[in-house]
Design a protein around this ligand. Sequence first.
Ligand code: FES
Length: 119
Amino acid sequence: MQIDNETVVFASGDLQDEGKGLRFPLPKLGNFATGFVIRFHGKPYAYVNQCAHIPVELDWNEGDFFTSENDYLICSTHGAHYQPQTGYCVRGPCKGKHLKPIGVTEQDQKIIIHIASIK
Ligand code: FES
């Protein structure tokens, strides 16, 4: 992982399709704030690691964001289910809300997360 004020960069090969997510610090949002990136159907998606129900991290085991069927992202606290491509909550106590997205691009075997874009 490479990190500066604008971007976080991972090697593309470090992110497996529907596999473990990669976490990164987001000091702009607080000392302990983190974000994560996952790959779903070949494409990377990044979000602030904070449930839309209560602002806790989603992953209980570090990097485990997918359900056992690998079809949704799941909050380990109360089980909210989010669409991986949109961050939209389809099931659980925050149904209808969203994870906060972070811009991400992939080129030249690198995943570039645009943390400066977080509002
Ligand atoms: S804190 Fe995530 S579903 Fe309640």
